[in-house]
Design a protein around this ligand. Structure first.
Ligand SMILES: NC(=O)c1ccc[n+]([C@@H]2O[C@H](COP(=O)([O-])OP(=O)(O)OC[C@H]3O[C@@H](n4cnc5c(N)ncnc54)[C@H](O)[C@@H]3O)[C@@H](O)[C@H]2O)c1
Length: 359
């Protein structure tokens, strides 16, 4: 039987990786309903590999638009929802937080309400196509995977190896992480109060192809190739745990098919690097792949005033996901970083497309 997944934010960095993965095997009997507003961060160009796939159904819809969501649920009758749509850039949340409150909180609330309406009706056999037993089986298997971030836990210090896990208390410190924390609380409340089969995932920083060039790794690449200063916040000793986006997409599909409703799963790669080290690694890879006659790219590294409230270190312990669902990261960081640099060098057209009409 065809499995239908509804993905919110499926034209963004992680969402598009997930959609490409869900549709990656042309023999799989799946449909993907991709719901995305196409903000500055969402681009159909990131879905190029699946653009002509008849199993991919893209809809330009705002997740705050309840009637539009209801219509899509009624039309496609999904077997599960991956909720990724969000405003996701910390710097933007400091400059203009309103959109973060609207999409991450009001939008998540709207998604949860519409999923709930649909899910409750699933048990009553939805009209013509399903018998009661079939509807009950679909209701049992239905899941909502709510995608969150390690940033909701606040900062770790540099003087310890401790990592956050599913039991860590929430201490968000930016408007972005506070809005994501609020969304997580809503998702859990809809499980606890209404019985919606929600699973929350929190992941560390992602990297990989199709990453918008205002995030650290692609920004460093673009600045280096343009011989412009490569900005590093403060002393550059802020540490992030870098997870390849394909490993994240594999984790999300595993959680959808094997995760337990009401549970939270932390997704981390155990690849902690200080921003400054990472930027120098990228410069060194570029020195090999596309040497600049003017000298090593590291000459462009420029320390700039630190971001307000900049968290020192994030890291997550993924033991539960490994133990309970058998997931482990597969992409080696050094190999994944070099492959990412090679991808950006080979896909300058994509970068031009996604940056040409920036607000
Ligand atoms: N990038 C990371 O390192 C990271 C790490 C952990 C968790 N996350 C979470 O994963 C999810 C995806 O992150 P990303 O990096 O792919 O983000 P992104 O900014 O690249 O993509 C977000 C997508 O959501 C869409 N969107 C925004 N507002 C919308 C709205 N109101 N209605 C419909 N669509 C809307 C955008 O058009 C875009 O396609 C987010 O929930 C984010 O909080 C990201």
């Amino acid at each position: 039987m065809t499995r239908t997944w509804l993905v919110t934010g499926g034209a963004g960095f992680i969402g598009s990786a997930l959609v490409r993965r869900l549709l990656g095997d042309p023999t799989h009997d799946v449909r993907v309903v991709n719901v995305d507003k196409l903000t500055y961060a969402g681009h159909l160009a990131s879905l190029g590999p699946v653009a002509d796939d008849p199993r991919h159904h893209f809809h330009r819809v705002d997740i705050c638009d309840a009637p539009a969501l209801a219509e899509l649920f009624a039309r496609y009758r999904p077997d599960g929802v991956f909720h990724l749509a969000a405003e996701s850039h910390v710097d933007r949340s400091i400059d203009a937080p309103a959109a973060f409150i609207q999409t991450n909180l009001v939008g998540t609330f709207t998604v949860l309400q519409e999923v709930r309406r649909y899910f409750d009706a699933l048990g009553d056999a939805l009209g013509d196509t399903f018998d009661a037993a079939g509807a009950a089986a679909r209701r049992d298997a239905f899941r909502v995977v709510h995608v969150s971030t390690d940033e909701v836990f606040g900062a770790l210090t540099l003087d310890t190896d401790a990592r956050f896990d599913e039991a860590s208390p929430y201490r968000p410190s930016s408007p972005y992480s506070a809005s994501k924390a609020g969304a997580d609380h809503l998702a859990r409340a809809w499980h606890h109060t209404f019985g919606l089969p929600v699973i929350v995932t929190s992941s560390t920083n992602n990297y990989g192809p199709y990453h918008l060039p205002d995030k650290l790794i692609p920004l460093t690449l673009q600045r280096a190739l343009a011989a412009q200063p490569i900005p590093v916040y403060g002393d550059g000793l802020h540490v992030r745990d870098w997870l390849h986006v394909d490993d994240h997409a594999r984790a999300l599909t595993r959680v959808m098919t094997h995760g337990r409703p009401g549970e939270t799963y932390a997704i981390g790669a155990g690849q902690e690097h200080a921003n400054l080290t990472l930027v120098h690694q990228i410069c060194a890879i570029l020195d090999d792949l596309r040497p600049d006659p003017a000298g090593p790219y590291a000459r462009l590294v420029t320390h700039v005033a630190d971001r307000p409230g900049h968290d020192r270190r994030y890291a997550l312990d993924p033991s539960k996901l490994q133990r309970d669902l058998g997931w482990a990261p597969e992409v080696d960081f050094a190999a994944g970083l070099e492959a990412t640099v090679r991808w950006f060098l080979a896909n300058a057209d994509w970068v031009r497309t996604v940056t040409k009409d920036r607000p």
